[in-house]
Design a protein around this ligand. Structure first.
Ligand code: SME
Length: 156
């Protein structure tokens, strides 16, 4: 397929419905997981213009920074630490409306105000997490959870 994305300016739901088939097309014929994570991060960044979007990969007892778009970020996070480590431990999506109110939040960027973290589960195990940060408070809700969980299910 052509590598140009078609970007839509509409409601949040319309944006997800626009970008998901394009992500499916981008990763459908590619078996390399890192290549696919990289294109998913890039497609989401182009469609939503979030501050930061990317993946941390489970490696041993920690998460290690994987493909992402946005400012430089922390490279390693232990299980249970920060929002990402909590998501890994709980194996469930965590929505943080105000990062300053999340005990143990790891501030990779002082610009980040709200966050959503979604586990990528393969054969019942968390193999990575998708982390999205916004420079605005209270940016993420159940709509993001629904669609981002659908997107990560395409990987696992
Ligand atoms: N805020 C995350 C760390 C990762 S960065 O936001 C990219 C956390 O608390 O786990």
């Amino acid at each position: 397929m052509a590598e140009d994305l078609i970007i839509l300016y509409g409601t949040k739901e319309e944006k997800y419905k626009n970008i998901i088939p394009q992500i499916e097309a981008l990763i459908g014929n590619e078996t390399d997981r890192i290549a696919n994570l990289a294109n998913i991060a890039a497609a989401l960044k182009e469609q939503f213009h979030w501050l930061w979007v990317g993946f941390y990969l489970v490696k041993g007892d920690e998460l290690v920074l994987g493909p992402f778009q946005g400012p430089v970020a922390c490279t390693r996070i232990k299980k249970g630490r920060g929002v990402c480590g909590a998501c890994w431990e709980k194996k469930e999506t965590i929505i943080v409306p105000d990062v300053e109110k999340f005990p143990g939040h790891i501030a990779c960027s002082s610009l980040s105000k709200s966050e959503i973290v979604v586990p990528v589960i393969h054969n019942g195990e968390v193999i990575a997490i998708l982390d999205v940060d916004s420079a605005e408070l209270n940016r993420f809700d159940e709509t993001d959870k629904t669609y981002l969980e659908k997107i990560v299910s395409l990987i696992s």
